[in-house]
Ligand binder design. Structure first.
Ligand SMILES: Nc1ncnc2c1ncn2[C@@H]1O[C@H](COP(=O)(O)OP(=O)(O)OP(=O)(O)O)[C@@H](O)[C@H]1O
Ligand SMILES: [Mg+2]
Length: 291
């Protein structure tokens, strides 16, 4: 990252009374979670950034889906990303998680991990969890079994069959069940849960791996108002312990959870600030919010 970008980010966070002060970095590195956390160590956030992208571009058949995109996120921050269809929001997540390689630019996790040097599975193991829009839980397994499975997916078949939760993992599972409000549904088949509950279960599966950064693409799409409200509460409890990047079109949800909102358009940042600030921005009204 250039010193300019770092300074700009630090200033911005200070201006918004940002999360760095009151949100210590996640303690995930010290936990004895089994799945996927081997040999990663802590992410170096001494520069106040858990994630930064600088001048990232990618084209598909000559069409620039991401165009000189620069963005950074502080440890413990809950960043909301909004923008019109086709703005490049999902593509940005594809780049961060290694699903899509950019043509140019820089993508760092903390100040030392160059994500462009890592494959998709490695990036997940480094502590970046991603939630796609459609829930992908195992419908024929119980809530408990789904969460348990999240701890053993990197093990071989035999090791998985012999796998038993140790006490730290059991504690973690109980904590996650509580966080996602599914304590009373622990023995229910995932297939019998509501759409919202399935989404929470999938978030719970990500939490079992204790990710430092969570990327959530349209998490409340298709949820009832009550489920949406509970999801907002959930994200507010996750903030600080994890860093979150949330893409949503639901503005009332964004209003409930947001600190800094980034507006993407045509593959780059059009505006950034509080929701009130970006909603008052003429350019944002023009391309997204309508008159
Ligand atoms: N693999 C791909 N091949 C070709 N074009 C792609 C590919 N992935 C994305 N695009 C194009 O890139 C642009 C950005 O798409 P993207 O899905 O990132 O938008 P988005 O902001 O997530 O939109 P939405 O709000 O509708 O989800 C779109 O024009 C899309 O058609
Ligand atoms: Mg999308």
């Amino acid at each position: 990252m250039t010193p300019d970008l770092m300074e700009a980010g630090a200033e911005r966070i200070a201006r918004h009374g940002g999360p760095v002060d009151h949100a210590p970095q996640t303690e995930s590195g010290g936990r004895a979670a089994g799945y996927g956390r081997h040999a990663t160590g802590e992410v170096d956030v001494t520069h106040g950034r858990i994630l930064y992208l600088e001048d990232v571009s990618v084209s598909f058949d000559g069409f620039k889906a991401i165009n000189k995109l620069s963005l950074d996120i502080a440890p413990g921050e809950l960043r909301c990303i909004i923008g019109p269809n086709g703005a490049g929001k999902t593509t940005m997540m594809d780049i961060i998680t290694g699903k899509t390689r950019p043509d140019e630019g820089t993508v760092f996790f903390g100040s030392t991990i160059d994500l462009l040097r890592h494959k998709e599975a490695e990036i997940a193991q480094l502590g970046i969890g991603r939630k796609f829009q459609k829930p992908t839980v195992f419908e024929h397994l119980t809530v408990f079994e789904n969460l348990e499975l999240a701890l053993k997916t990197d093990k071989g078949v035999k090791a998985s069959m012999l796998f038993r939760l140790d006490s730290a993992q059991s504690d973690r599972l109980a904590e996650v069940l509580h966080t996602i409000h599914l304590e009373d549904s622990v023995q229910r088949l995932a297939g019998n849960l509501s759409h919202g509950q399935k989404q929470w279960l999938e978030i719970g599966m990500l939490l079992m791996q204790d990710p430092k950064l969570l990327l959530l693409d349209e998490p409340v799409a298709g949820m009832t108002d009550e489920e949406t409200a509970r999801t907002a509460e959930l994200f507010l409890t996750l903030k600080g312990k994890h860093s979150l990047m949330v893409v949503e079109h639901d503005m009332s949800f964004i209003r409930t959870i947001s600190e800094i909102v980034t507006v993407l358009c045509d593959g780059s940042v059009l505006a950034q600030g509080t929701l009130d600030e970006v909603q008052a921005d003429e350019r944002v009204i023009e391309v997204y919010l309508g008159r």
